[in-house]
Each structure stands twice: as structure tokens, then as C-alpha cells.
Design a protein around this ligand. Structure first.
Ligand code: SF4
Ligand code: SF4
Length: 157
């Protein structure tokens, strides 16, 4: 399914140690590092988010959150959407939602293809078949997983 980020900000709440500001290089410009990949990057605050970025009360009270995250109404928004590192841009908290034949939600699969579910039958299928036999390439694995789930009576979307 096409992933649509709701900008809830949940995935950025504990990334303060991973997206690090090394130096402020201008009023809204920063030299940064993406620690998990050791990649330096430069970021400029998006023009339409400079007003919310100026307010530091959120990062001051959420020391583990990414320094670029700010509340905006009901949303938590990335203020460097244009310049954020690739792993942020391509991150998908949900790649596939799984339900039973009546439409009851049973769990979901993350963009890294990890199952989040407490359903025993689903977990068993995942551990015994999907984890063992799935194609190693993620692009092939996703449709393959969906097919196996469907063949076993689950609905994916
Ligand atoms: S990727 Fe998911 S967790 Fe992260 S902001 Fe978007 S909807 Fe929220
Ligand atoms: S750079 Fe943006 S998307 Fe990446 S962790 Fe920070 S707030 Fe989230």
C-alpha cells in the first residue's frame, strides 16, 4: 500500500541522539550528523516552519526528541522536511496493516518488515514461514509476505 505519514512525530521522539546538530552555521542553518550511518548533512529550517522552530519549549522539555521536531497545532512536525536525511525521508512506520477476515485489526508490519502483533496464529505463521522463507530483497519481500498472509486467511492493506 502507499504509505502516508500522518506527521504524528512518534518516530522522531527518541531520535535526539541520532540526528545531532554539530554547529549552527547561520540563523536557520545547521551542520549535522546522522549518527546511525555516520553521515554528515547540512540542514536549513524550512521557510514555512521558522516561526515554530523559534520556540524552544518543546525540545527543552523533551530532551530525547530530535532537535528539529516542533509542535504545530495537533501535529508534531519535522522543521527540516526538505533537508532531512534519507533514512528519515524513506522511513515508514507502517508498511502493511493486517486484519482477519471480518476486518478486525490484528497488527501491522513496519517499513523494516518487522511484525507488530500479539495475535498467536499470526505470530506463528510469521516465525515459522515468513521469517524463514521470505525473499531477502525488501522490494520482493513485501508483495511476497502479503501473498502468504492472504493465502493463510489474513487480509492486508
Ligand atoms: S512515519 Fe509514522 S510514526 Fe513517524 S511521523 Fe509518520 S506516521 Fe508518525
Ligand atoms: S530530521 Fe525530521 S524526520 Fe528526521 S528525526 Fe528529526 S524531526 Fe524526525
Amino acid at each position: 500500500m502507499a504509505f502516508s505519514c500522518r506527521q504524528c512525530g512518534t518516530c522522531c521522539m527518541y531520535l535526539g541522539d541520532y540526528i545531532v546538530i554539530e554547529e549552527q552555521t547561520g540563523p536557520f542553518s545547521f551542520a549535522c550528523e546522522s549518527v546511525s550511518t555516520g553521515t554528515p548533512f547540512t540542514a536549513e529550517i524550512d521557510e514555512d516552519k521558522r516561526e515554530i522552530f523559534r520556540d524552544h519549549s518543546f525540545p527543552d522539555t523533551h530532551p530525547h526528541a530530535c532537535r528539529f521536531l516542533r509542535p504545530d497545532g495537533d501535529l508534531l512536525r519535522c522543521t527540516i522536511h526538505r533537508d532531512s536525511p534519507a533514512q528519515c525521508k524513506f522511513y515508514r512506520c507502517v508498511a502493511m496493516r493486517i486484519s482477519d477476515s471480518s476486518g478486525k485489526s490484528l497488527g501491522y508490519v513496519t517499513g523494516a518488515l518487522a511484525l507488530h502483533s500479539d495475535n498467536t496464529e499470526l505470530r506463528s505463521l510469521w516465525e515459522k514461514i515468513i521469517e524463514q522463507e521470505r525473499p531477502r530483497s525488501d522490494s520482493e519481500a513485501e508483495p511476497w509476505i502479503s501473498r502468504i498472509l492472504t493465502e493463510n486467511g489474513f487480509t492486508t492493506g
